[in-house]
Design a protein around this ligand. Sequence first.
Ligand SMILES: Nc1ncnc2c1ncn2[C@@H]1O[C@H](COP(=O)(O)OP(=O)(O)OP(=O)(O)O)[C@@H](O)[C@H]1O
Length: 515
Amino acid sequence: MSLLHQGHLGGNRLLDPWNHGSGIMRAVLDRLNWNTSDLDITYVGSLIAIVGAAPAGWRLLRSAWHEVYSWIRQFFLASVTIPGGDPINKNLVKWLASYRPRHHRTFTGRTEVTRGDATDRAASLKKTRRAVQYAPHWDSRWFFYDGRLFLATRDNFSSSAMSDPAYDGIGGEELTISCLGRSIEPVQKLIDAAREYADRQTQYFVIIYGRDRYGMSWQPKMRKPIRRLDTVHFDDSIKQGLLEDIRKYLDPRTQRRYQSRSMPYRRGFLFYGPPGTGKTSLSTALAGEFGLDLYEVKIPSIASDADLEQMFQEIPPQCIVLLEDIDAVWIERSTRPHSPDRRSERSGGSERGGNNASNVTLSGVLNVLDGVGSQEGRIVIMTTNKPESLDPALIRPGRVDMKVFLGNISRKSAEQMFVRMFSPDEFSSGDSSRAVGQRDGGAVNMDEIRRLARDFAEAIPEDVLTPSQLQGFFQLHLDSAHDAANGIVSWVEKEVARQAEGGFEFLENGVAKRV
Ligand SMILES: Nc1ncnc2c1ncn2[C@@H]1O[C@H](COP(=O)(O)OP(=O)(O)OP(=O)(O)O)[C@@H](O)[C@H]1O
């Protein structure tokens, strides 16, 4: 009978509710040692119904929470929203990442654009391959700061951030910081803390701002380690005078004096001299020395006076503005747009050649230097290789308060440069009285370095070679101070002869040719 019964069951497996897709459940329950024959089918049905309804319930709960949250936000939270592209956005995201770091399980991954990761072996093997950068990903975060509860939420990723070539993967989404209470003061304090944190992070760097690729806005273009002023070699007394002048200008008492006497509070400098003598390097070193950001304006690449004016209006007051190649401005005093044939007639412009031609006029530059758009408190540095072609109006006192000539290298500067090149790296460990040269048998005493530097300087003709030429020579001999001192005489002979011949040297089938 029992066999019959079993056979009966076997023949009606389709009628058995356990067979309707429930084999797996049965197996699971069997494993859990549940007696499946004790289970009530209605109980299982309710269980399935509950599980099926769970997502809908979850959605309901979520929308209820959103409703409640928007009420809380409206009545109990004070908040500040920061757009994705704003620099404070990045400051806050970095600060949040460093403030009580937590274990994250979700990250965004993107190809590193800022610096290579030395730990990525594959990337270091193939030099052009960039490492992947992983940043914690979050949409909302509760945290305590200064005894208060805050909520940070991120939303609406700004597509412009992604298309920005300088975007480093941090920030970019609209960020809202909220705090319990009716005042935004705690949020403002938190934002200040994030900015201070960002300032501390960048204190060893000069931030160089440039126009974005569409010329629409200023963007941090580069973060350069601060270059010490003693690494830019030129006349020491001029250097000291320049430093003193800027120090005095930035003193708050000077600002008050200027204002009380109704004088425009700004300072202008002209750095002039042959290419490769340190005009740009000096400007960045000064920005580092005085903790100022540097805004780079390349005159030849600006389309019109209106663009120049717009750029100046967006530059903050306390900074250095570097107007490079100022000789490229159109000397004719006109603000009208130029037609192509008129441009070719421009005085001085033809002499400068078409490549360096700019649509920016002299009056356009004068307007931004001291017109309505000029900001109080700026330092404007103009650089040129051709001071003789500058209009006197551009460099009159008030627009240019100090002219600094950066010329070819003197013997004294060459000696200083030699000592700097072979002195021990101050960040490397070891005996600082000994300079390391890999091919000098390990280390060279500083007294020896100074002696070699004096011999080296003897071989340098006074004011003939540029500092950048000499830097090129050092790059070939960084491994050995002795090699550098021994090789300088023949190198100088070749350089001077090459300079006398002029033109441009190139290699064809391994043979040097000149055009
Ligand atoms: N006076 C100097 N002291 C130390 N290094 C210098 C000096 N002048 C130039 N150099 C080196 O030469 C290179 C070019 O310098 P830089 O761009 O500052 O020259 P520049 O005068 O601005 O040239 P250009 O007129 O072509 O723009 C840099 O790497 C810099 O380190």
